[in-house]
Ligand binder design. Structure first.
Ligand code: HEM
Length: 143
């Protein structure tokens, strides 16, 4: 092992095979179905919404007199504004759909049962947050 390798090993005292053993847990066969990925979908879309939302916030002017004009500017004039706005709009719709599909999966696989009750309760809070944030966004746009 080189000097750099030894330096890292001293600070992170875990070997490659130990790391492999830790992370290579076999996935049970009944979990290898696409609907078990539906929880990760809204998590990913949330990140997309944050990034595109920050970009839109640079141009969006949230007052009754300026909102429409600023959205028109984003759509027609700002570089790739139409693209960022479209991703944000589709992301919002897909996120709501994904959360609902995820909840349906959890319900029909009985995954809300003991010891996952708290998971379900946190999930309900996330559902309310998703719908509320979605509503505030949908209220801004007319088309
Ligand atoms: C923003 C919304 C949400 C995100 C990002 C999210 C994320 C996740 C992720 C990544 C998992 C791991 C398993 C999987 O991917 O299916 C999971 C599991 C779970 N979620 Fe969600 N979730 C959300 C909303 C909800 C809602 C609305 C409910 C129900 C009210 C819920 C209840 C649960 C339960 C009970 C599990 C455990 C399932 C199991 O052990 O098989 N989640 N969630």
């Amino acid at each position: 092992m080189g000097v750099v390798g030894a330096w890292f090993r001293e600070r992170i005292p875990i070997s490659g095979s130990q790391l492999k053993e830790l992370t290579n847990e076999p996935v049970p066969n009944h979990l290898k179905r696409w609907w078990f990925c539906l929880g990760g979908t809204p998590a990913y879309l949330f990140v997309v919404q944050i990034v595109t939302g920050i970009l839109l916030a640079f141009y969006y002017k949230p007052s009754p007199d300026t909102a429409y004009e600023s959205v028109r500017y984003i759509t027609d004039e700002a570089a790739f504004g139409w693209y960022v706005r479209s991703i944000h709009k589709w992301g919002a719709t897909l996120m709501v759909a994904a959360v609902i599909l995820h909840q349906i999966r959890v319900f029909f696989t009985g995954a809300y049962r003991r010891p996952r009750e708290m998971n379900w309760m946190v999930g309900m809070c996330l559902l309310i947050c998703t719908l509320t944030v979605g509503f505030t966004g949908y209220s801004r746009i007319r088309c």
